[in-house]
Ligand binder design. Sequence first.
Ligand SMILES: *[C@@H]1O[C@H](CO)[C@@H](O)[C@H](O)[C@H]1NC(C)=O
Ligand SMILES: *[C@@H]1O[C@H](CO)[C@@H](O)[C@H](O)[C@H]1NC(C)=O
Ligand SMILES: *[C@@H]1O[C@H](CO)[C@@H](O)[C@H](O)[C@H]1NC(C)=O
Ligand SMILES: *[C@@H]1O[C@H](CO)[C@@H](O)[C@H](O)[C@H]1NC(C)=O
Length: 486
Amino acid sequence: MILREWIKERFLSEELEMGMWWLGGFLISVALTAVAVNGYPQEDLVVSLPGQPKVWFRQFAGYVDVDEKAGRSLFYYFVEAEKDPDTKPLALWLNGGPGCSSVGGGAFTELGPFYPTGDGRALRRNSMSWNRASNLLFVESPVGVGWSYSNTTLDYRRGDASTAMDMHVFMLKWYEKFPELKSRELFLTGESYAGHYIPQLADLLLDHNAHSTGFKFNLKGVAIGNPLLKFNQDIPSSYQFFWSHGMISDEIGLTIMDECDFGDYTDESPHNVSHSCNDALAEASSIVSEYIDPYDVILDVCYPSIVEQELRLRKMATKISLGVDVCMSYERAFYFNLPEVQKALHANRTNLPYSWSMCSDVLNYRDSDVNINIIPVLKKIAQHHIPVWVFSGDQDSVIPLLSSRTLVRELAQDLNFKITVPYGAWFHKGQVAGWATEYGNLLTFATVRAASHMVPYAQPSRALHLFSSFVHGRRLPNNTRPSIDD
Ligand SMILES: *[C@@H]1O[C@H](CO)[C@@H](O)[C@H](O)[C@H]1NC(C)=O
Ligand SMILES: *[C@@H]1O[C@H](CO)[C@@H](O)[C@H](O)[C@H]1NC(C)=O
Ligand SMILES: *[C@@H]1O[C@H](CO)[C@@H](O)[C@H](O)[C@H]1NC(C)=O
Ligand SMILES: *[C@@H]1O[C@H](CO)[C@@H](O)[C@H](O)[C@H]1NC(C)=O
């Protein structure tokens, strides 16, 4: 800790006089000493990423073998809190899919400290990074996602249970690399299909704690954004969302509500519905149009063919809609496929025979696991007195707030939780940032106004406020008084 303060002071006073090359050498030598002092793995230290703005916090990236015999290994990216990393909590973030990258998604286009630049060749700061409130750990899970891999091809068949078990092993072995963080407050967060991953992992960690006479996970909270919780309830709410947002006609909306029985809706087999329902669903998708981003219905879309060409020509791909670069995902894919970026991140150490993509093409995930009802898992977590937050970007039509809100309320009833914060607006920078409610002092539901499925991507500042409140165990402010951003 002391050493890190010293590094900061040295840099602040001397950086102006130093040449870049010298600065680089200085950074390496001092950082390595720091590593030796607090036991972090120096081979995983990310000295600097290509085109990265200078920062004072450290980044680590590398592999943790979860099954040496099979050759199964998960890739992680860890970024220290911007200030006081030695006292700030640890938050794990997972993206969903199943099969999508937490490093590409969460870390580099949502809540991490950097976003790709418009030409896909460098990075810019995200000033609303969640590492202002916490140390952040991103993991490519399961194997087959991003740079996580297995030497055993059959391992690419994964499902909820095996994914959670690998993550349990991962956490134990990752703590061996970062022993200082073992006893740190741990928060588990994620979005979308991580509505499965995160609660199921929390469940395993709580089981571990119940059986372990030694090490116990210091789990302090679970927060999931636009989470898949109960498939046959989340799907119909997409159509309600289309209907209420004028994205389908009244006729089609009424037909779907009258004719479709979503009770037995499963992903693997066509659900048992009438012809008129199926016709209405097909018509609905054609009216909604493919020129809409279902994850944020108010943003404009990016045209991939144009953008990919521009990136190759070293042009800026950036296209701003409502303050957000809607082409960021293409800039990210370009950046992550640069060999020098992979080298700097210690990624792709086995030279995988395919290129980096946001969502995996090699993973063979059990389709039927989407039908697992997560509500009983959330119930168990709440019964262990672990705070559970469900938040929802209110412009998302894929897993809209409607079903999440209902599921949380029903869970509260099941738990016999009383309303401890009545449903009402919460504020950020003097504006309504969303609406929130709390049950039993433990279970929070909050919307984030004008946010997408990827809440921190479209509303970085509101998202940071929400996350910061969550890790500090604070309620969201129900008045307009200026609030602390950290
Ligand atoms: C996987 O195979 C590679 C290449 O044979 C080997 O270097 C590595 O140790 C194996 N195991 C893991 C976990 O990568
Ligand atoms: C579909 O529902 C009808 C009426 O409830 C029932 O008779 C039929 O067996 C169901 N079919 C399937 C494939 O579940
Ligand atoms: C891994 O590296 C090889 C080159 O060695 C490259 O062709 C491939 O696209 C990379 N894969 C990923 C997932 O980064
Ligand atoms: C706002 O929150 C405070 C503190 O929790 C509470 O006392 C007050 O009643 C709340 N006001 C409204 C309008 O809900």
